[in-house]
Design a protein around this ligand. Structure first.
Ligand SMILES: *[C@@H]1O[C@H](CO)[C@@H](O)[C@H](O)[C@H]1NC(C)=O
Ligand SMILES: *[C@@H]1O[C@H](CO)[C@@H](O)[C@H](O)[C@H]1NC(C)=O
Ligand SMILES: *[C@@H]1O[C@H](CO)[C@@H](O)[C@H](O)[C@H]1NC(C)=O
Ligand SMILES: *[C@@H]1O[C@H](CO)[C@@H](O)[C@H](O)[C@H]1NC(C)=O
Ligand SMILES: *[C@@H]1O[C@H](CO)[C@@H](O)[C@H](O)[C@H]1NC(C)=O
Ligand SMILES: *[C@@H]1O[C@H](CO)[C@@H](O)[C@H](O)[C@H]1NC(C)=O
Ligand SMILES: *[C@@H]1O[C@H](CO)[C@@H](O)[C@H](O)[C@H]1NC(C)=O
Length: 757
């Protein structure tokens, strides 16, 4: 497709300012002076009165919620006026050389008890936080939703010893992991939803004493294990059995409020090291959880557990992660990340049938949305049924941009799916021939290859997801170029996936293996990737720029040579007469997390002499006009493109250009613009009768290049043609509308056709 040499750039002024992440600025390395040695010359541990520790979840030894021990009580610091200087003071108090960042809005969960300090302003050189300006001890108008945290540089001040930090590290290990041990021997089926709660410590697994155990504790445990809901459990059923066991109680009591995302965030009372069997009158805590519909095999149960239909996750590489999108009216939109935290993220996770949130991600870490932004400053308590029930602020356009889209990573139940698939022969751990575990009629399990014949990107997407390796970069039908010293036989063929399955075993496949080329070199392979591009078309630009042009044939020789006209053009009386063209501009954005690059290397690009440039992809888009039947009335010509960065968001630099055999592609944060007046940027509607139609543009229609999301690759519009002029309306991306709105949209040509006839 032609891109005129002097492509005038459409002045698209984006309202996208630079977004400065408040909390990740790297500070200058500490100088001798700001290390603030005590007069004796060696750094001293914390002052006797004031102790500082890191708490919360998910924390590491060098990051977490700040807690201060003052007047015999642990309390927190409010994030108001917090700064990197404050963090520097605190990190040095904790024995680290400096801070690399700080966090707000209780990123590590809400603390308890006092909020000791508020509006703290340090210069950065103070020896202790108590020497900084503040409102004074215990004087604060904040809630624990605003607890501050720090991220310290992982480098200790030489010679610094602090018992608190060491304590905290031990504590952390104590409740790092939680599991359910099923008691009934037959309950081996995954996921395990009921059993004795066990926590991991440095020497193994231990139980929790159930004295004072509440259903709220159960809720927290279930959430950690990937289950949205908790159930009552029949204790008597377990009592006899468990009393005969030797139990070791690491935790004496647990008091959760139910909204915590991790047991470590609840109030815990640990046993003294040598008092591990004291739980007089109690027994090990046993819980039962209710899985979300994705993880329920039982059909009648599946119907009972409903998930939300006005919240979804987009753009994630793995199950249970993605950008949060919410449905308002009939259109999907995103959530701004101001004050986005684990409590709110957990409400989203649970309403989608997962457990609590593992991470609340800010700054469009799962890619940017492109539609409206509906919510800001979402502040869930944690027990809401839906994010829509949480307090939030409406958005005004200046408030937020898509670079601030909120995302989540949810806890999901352990299904063991990754144990029945592996890849071999590749050069890295992200590529190889796919092998699946299958059992013969005797129940003997063995690994085997998959026939490459029906293998495409869709099947590879499922394989990469099951392997836990992210997106499919490529699905390969031949793998002869990889090491084949230890190949196995073929055990699967005819695999056909929809693309959203959790495992290959859920896809269609032949009952008995039937593969024409059964040699290992024709076995299916994958190249997986943690990131992928995501292309979307600017729908409103299409709608705004559409028009009809009658173009004389003598100006269309080049276009005809590139197959940009419909078949009837061949019968025209060249060079006399004209073709009727529906013209519009396309602006294709890469909103994903990796550059979009053509699959073919430059050695196989095709030189188009007529237009004077190389085409790197045979089929990059389909342009079609559909009638009520969904059949094409204007021959969708298969446009090939030369790909480049026409322009980028502020702060992103262009990398790809077509001219001079340059590298082709679209950078993340950039777009490729095909102006309405470029050759071939049209639909030939010479043979189309007046009426109502649906116009459709599909990018990357054959899944030739990996994308994180293919559901937004189609753009559709209602199209009205009166024989002279054309109008487009309701232009939208394939995944932008609610199902109901989409059904109404699809009816459009039919309804009007009836009225006309
Ligand atoms: C715990 O018990 C072991 C032996 O069982 C003993 O060596 C150790 O000193 C005890 N520790 C404490 C803190 O009492
Ligand atoms: C499915 O769940 C229902 C309701 O809990 C139960 O009655 C039924 O036995 C279960 N079916 C199977 C096959 O497990
Ligand atoms: C947000 O806007 C909707 C209407 O669009 C209104 O009903 C709602 O009260 C507003 N909420 C807030 C918090 O302003
Ligand atoms: C199943 O086991 C029997 C007896 O051990 C053996 O003869 C047969 O070959 C086995 N079948 C398969 C498919 O391995
Ligand atoms: C092939 O299998 C043998 C034995 O299991 C193993 O030692 C060898 O490393 C394998 N070779 C490759 C290339 O994986
Ligand atoms: C899409 O095009 C419209 C109309 O030209 C423009 O205002 C808008 O900024 C574009 N959207 C994006 C995301 O660039
Ligand atoms: C639908 O398709 C059939 C056959 O392709 C055609 O005969 C019929 O006229 C079409 N209907 C409409 C409304 O276009």
């Amino acid at each position: 497709m032609e891109k005129s040499r002097h492509k005038q750039q459409l002045a698209v002024i984006l309202l996208l300012g630079l977004w400065f992440p408040c909390c990740l600025t790297q500070t200058t390395p500490p100088t001798r002076a700001n290390l603030a040695p005590t007069p004796s010359g060696t750094p001293k541990a914390q002052t006797a009165q004031l102790k500082v520790r890191l708490a919360g979840y998910p924390r590491k030894h060098n990051e977490g919620r700040i807690e201060l021990f003052y007047k015999g009580e642990w309390g927190t610091i409010c994030d108001d006026d917090f700064s990197i200087s404050n963090a520097n003071v605190l990190c040095r108090q904790l024995g680290f050389v400096s801070a690399t960042g700080w966090t707000h809005s209780s990123k590590y969960g809400n603390g308890q008890g006092k909020i000791w300090l508020d509006n703290v302003i340090c210069n950065g050189g103070e020896k202790s936080i108590e020497f900084c300006k503040s409102r004074g001890w215990g004087n604060s108008d904040c809630t624990h939703d605003e607890d501050a945290g720090v991220v310290c540089k992982d480098e200790r001040i030489p010679g610094f010893v602090d018992s608190n930090i060491i304590d905290a590290q031990v504590d952390e290990k104590k409740v790092e992991e939680v599991r359910l041990r099923p008691v009934v021997a037959t309950a081996k089926k995954l996921p395990i939803t009921e059993g004795v709660v066990e926590v991991k410590h440095k020497d193994g697994w231990a139980q929790i004493c159930d004295l004072g155990w509440t259903i709220k504790n159960t809720r927290v445990v279930c959430g950690m294990l990937g289950f949205p809901h908790e159930k009552k459990v029949n204790k008597n059923f377990y009592k006899l059995y468990l009393e005969r066991q030797k139990n070791s109680y690491l935790i004496q009591s647990v008091a959760c409020t139910g909204t915590e995302v991790h047991l470590a965030a609840c109030q815990l009372e640990f046993n003294k090291p040598n008092a591990t069997s004291s739980c007089a009158g109690g027994m090990p805590a046993v819980v039962s959880c209710m899985p979300g519909p994705l993880f329920v095999q039982n059909r009648s149960l599946k119907k009972k557990v409903k998930t939300s239909s006005n919240v979804r996750l987009k753009g994630g590489a793995r199950l249970g992660e993605g950008r949060v999108e919410v449905l308002k009216g009939s259109e999907w939109g995103t959530v701004c990340d101001d004050r986005w935290n684990l409590q709110s993220a957990s409400v989203v996770c649970r309403e989608l049938g997962f457990g609590s949130a593992k991470e609340a991600l800010t700054g469009a870490r799962m890619g940017q949305g492109i539609g409206p932004i509906y919510m800001n400053e979402v502040k869930c308590f944690g027990n809401e049924k839906s994010i829509w029930n949480c307090p939030f602020k409406n958005i005004t356009s200046e408030d937020c941009q898509h670079m601030e889209d909120a995302a989540v990573r949810c806890n999901i139940p352990y299904m063991g799916l990754e144990n029945s698939i592996r890849i071999t022969g590749g050069r890295t751990r992200y590529e190889g021939r796919v092998e699946v575990l299958s059992s013969d009629s005797n129940g003997t399990e063995s690994w085997g290859l998959i026939c490459g014949e029906t293998w495409t990107t869709k099947e590879a997407m499922v394989a990469c997801r099951q392997l836990g390796l992210g997106y499919a970069n490529q699905g390969l039908q031949e793998t002869w170029y990889w090491d084949s010293s230890n190949v196995t036989g073929m055990v699967m063929s005819g695999v056909k996936c929809i693309g959203n399955e959790m495992a290959l075993s859920q896809c269609q496949h032949h009952k008995t293996v039937s593969c024409q080329k059964a040699a290992a070199k024709f076995a299916a392979g994958v190249i997986c990737s943690e990131t992928a591009s995501d292309l979307v078309l600017n729908a409103s630009l299409v709608q705004q720029t559409v028009y009809v042009e009658d173009r004389p044939l003598h100006m269309l020789y080049c276009a005809a040579e590139e197959d940009c006209l419909s078949k009837s053009a061949a019968k025209a009386n060249w060079p006399y007469g004209h073709r009727r063209l529906l013209r519009f501009s396309s602006q294709i954005h890469n909103i994903g997390r990796a550059d979009f690059k053509p699959k073919a290397g430059r050695h196989s690009w095709v030189w188009h002499a007529c237009h004077g440039h190389y085409h790197s992809m045979d089929i990059f888009t389909h342009y079609d006009l559909l009638n009520a039947n969904g059949s094409k009335v204007a021959e969708g010509h298969k446009a090939s493109f030369c790909l480049e960065d026409t322009d980028c968001h502020e702060g992103v630099s262009k990398r790809y250009e077509c001219a001079n055999f340059g590298d082709q592609g679209i950078t993340v944060g950039c777009w490729d613009l095909y102006r309405h007046d470029i050759d071939c940027q049209w639909l030939d509607i010479t043979d189309v009768k007046p009426g109502n139609y649906i116009m459709q543009v599909v990018i990357n229609p054959n899944y030739e290049v990996a994308e994180s999301d293919f559901t937004n690759n189609a753009m559709k519009c209602n199209c009205k043609y009166d024989g002279h002029r054309i109008w487009l309306h309701n232009c939208h991306l394939g995944d932008a509308f609610s199902e109901e709105a989409e059904r109404r949209f699809e009816k459009y040509p039919g309804q009007i056709n009836n009225r006309i006839s």
